[in-house]
Design a protein around this ligand. Structure first.
Ligand code: ZN
Ligand code: ZN
Length: 366
């Protein structure tokens, strides 16, 4: 078993603790990856700080990039030395997977959030042999090495920068995939994004990339709105100073598409009202009631609401597409990233929580 260094989530609200652990050898359908970079995503903190599984202590991290060091005998198409992104796992065999929607996999929770492999065994152990929760999104990428399942490994091109690939496996893919795979706006459409953190900003950039000519960013963070403007959004609104609904309604009778990344029911209500007839609202995240539930009467005129997981992405398709868009200059997601050394992962978490950093990416020592 290789010795690795991992950031262990021990308890709600507590800093991660860097520890030396042992990682199993790959099983036949697994791949051992030396991590180069991994993005931090709010889901990591949701798991650390709520009852969302896996149980703690555990090694989180679910959007990695690295180099393949070992390949199980049944992991076909992947070779030692391949440069890869890690994304979510799916069974490949349920109705959703067979229909090309692995983010809706019937086994999504089991495969990504159980803390163990599919067979219930642990991939990670303390030095004294005690098992510890791992296999988060079939990777647990907050570590110098990760064991992934062949299904959640995405080969990338030699020219792709692995440090930039770090955040693609979940947050960036979720925001951009929502636009590219789910909303599929026609060129010339209008789209508003509520909350321009990593997911929301990725959605806004994707909307610009596919030809939306009106893209509005709504946030209370002035620095984020400024960056959104620099990256090409056509208008920014701050709900503390602007009448968001009035401004959006003034746009030719409402917006064609809305993306909510805030998880707040009151904002969902505004988003629904701001839609033009026939408009579509995409929802992310875990919604908790905040005083005003979803009013179905606010969904008239052919409007619709869709809940989106992982941008409804097939990672092996969406991640290379985003890298190609980036290379062509149409998807500058690198501007969202702030890099941190692995030893400073808790600083990265603090900066994400405070809103100082949009998308922290952890770099591992070479
Ligand atoms: Zn499935
Ligand atoms: Zn995520």
């Amino acid at each position: 078993m290789p010795a690795i260094r991992a950031a262990v989530a021990r308890a709600t609200g507590q800093p991660l603790e860097l520890l030396d652990l042992h990682l199993d050898e790959p099983q036949p359908d697994e791949v051992l990856v030396r991590m180069v970079a991994t993005g931090l995503c709010h889901t990591d903190l949701t798991v650390r700080d709520t009852v969302v599984p896996p149980a703690l202590p555990a090694i989180l991290g679910h959007e990695g990039a690295g180099v393949v060091e070992k390949v199980g005998a049944a992991a076909t198409g992947i070779s030692v030395g391949d440069r890869v992104a890690l994304s979510f796992a799916s069974c490949g065999d349920c109705k959703a997977c067979r229909g090309g929607h692995p983010a809706h996999c019937a086994s999504f929770i089991d495969l990504n959030m159980s803390g163990t492999r599919r067979d219930g065994t642990s991939t990670l152990r303390h030095e004294d042999g005690t098992p510890i929760g791992g296999s988060f999104f079939s990777q647990s990428s907050f570590a110098t090495h990760a064991l992934a399942h062949a299904s959640n490994v995405v080969k990338i091109r030699p020219q792709d920068d692995l440090e930039l690939v770090g955040p693609l496996g979940c947050g960036v893919q979720t925001g951009a995939g929502t636009v590219i795979n789910v909303l599929r706006p026609a060129p010339g459409s209008s789209l508003v994004v509520f909350g321009v953190g990593g997911v929301g900003m990725s959605a806004a950039l994707a909307a610009l990339a596919v030809g939306c000519t009106t893209v509005v960013a709504v946030d209370v963070n002035a620095e984020r709105l400024q960056l959104a403007k620099e990256l090409g959004v056509t208008a920014v609104l701050d709900p503390t100073t602007d009448d968001v609904l009035a401004e959006l309604t003034a746009l030719n009778g409402g917006v064609d598409y809305a993306v909510d990344t805030t998880g707040r029911a009151t904002i969902v209500k505004t988003a629904l009202e701001a839609l033009a007839p026939g408009g579509v609202l995409a929802l992310h995240g875990l919604y908790t009631p905040d005083g005003e539930g979803l009013d179905v009467a606010a969904i008239p005129a052919g409007k619709s609401v869709v809940s989106v997981i992982e941008g409804d992405s097939v990672p092996q398709t969406t991640i290379p597409a985003l890298l190609a868009l980036h290379e062509a200059g149409h998807f500058p997601f690198d501007r969202l990233i702030t890099f941190y050394d692995f030893d400073n992962i808790n600083e990265a978490i603090a900066d994400m929580e405070s809103g100082r950093t949009i998308k922290p990416v952890i770099r591992f020592p070479a």
